[in-house]
Ligand binder design. Sequence first.
Ligand SMILES: [Zn+2]
Ligand SMILES: [Zn+2]
Length: 336
Amino acid sequence: MNRRLYTRFRNLMPDIYSKKLTGFLFQIKIKPRINKSIKSPFEKGIISFSADFEMAWAFRFSKSIKNATEMGLRERENFPEILKLFNDYSIPVSWATVGHLFLDQCKKEQEIAHPEMFRPAFFENRNWHYKEGDWYDHDPCTDYTEDPAWYAPDLIDKILESPIKHEIACHTFSHIDFSYNNCTPELAKSELERCKKLASNKRITLKSMVFPGGTAGNYEVLKEAGFNSYRKPMHYDVDLPYKDKYGLIAIPSSSAMDGKPEYFSAQQYLKMAKSFIDSAIKHKLVCHFWFHPSMNPWYLKYVLPSVLKLVFDYRTNNEIEILTMQSIANRILKND
Ligand SMILES: [Zn+2]
Ligand SMILES: [Zn+2]
């Protein structure tokens, strides 16, 4: 079955069956899919982590989540524990940050939120259904103390003040669908430029991109804006990054780190994560875990610490390297 058809088929399955199928594929070792035919230029396996740091913005117009603010607040609640875990284990993360989170406040101008920004036309995709109103209707247009689900300059500062060097990456300004279908080059450009400007106020240069909801596209604009890498779901879960035809480095996306206790036990989640890492070690490839900081608090408490401990131990034994998206891209560009 081709990949697209398979993905469509999987998306139609009720969640619980889809997860059971995943568990079965791990048991019979069909997952993770590993690119065994490629010759690796790396001396050891590389593990990377990226976070879709988006607060409430990702859940506007959502088909499955009713309350965006609630998710933003859950992300805020989880955040200190997540950052502490990564810092304690000295594991850097590429925080793909929604640009609006840099703001400590915003105000309506003549009744309009962000009149300076382009808007997408109405659209529908796998995750979102935007069919009426203004793109910024959910924006509270207050500040981060009054509406902490929509702004997060304080959390960004916490990342920057960390004892280890994390990467701040980009997740667009307003969590738009970045695909060619639903985003014009003008819109793409205005989102990226705004993010770059806000980041530069904190002396950050954005180089890595995580497309919201996997809506890849507008690569020319990305390149033009000075970006050089993005996260990409590939045929293989554990694979090598490569330079695409735009000169950008596509970094494989291996597995999401999130889950509910209804699907698998903490032990099973850990075992699955370990199989990705072991494959990366064995074949000297890249395993790239990604997560939403709004993850299920059960997963945060019972699974994430053991995955990070495992990665930490592997690095202590000199079996892996842990790199941000940007460090991976730089290495590929240097070796090019
Ligand atoms: Zn705003
Ligand atoms: Zn997102």
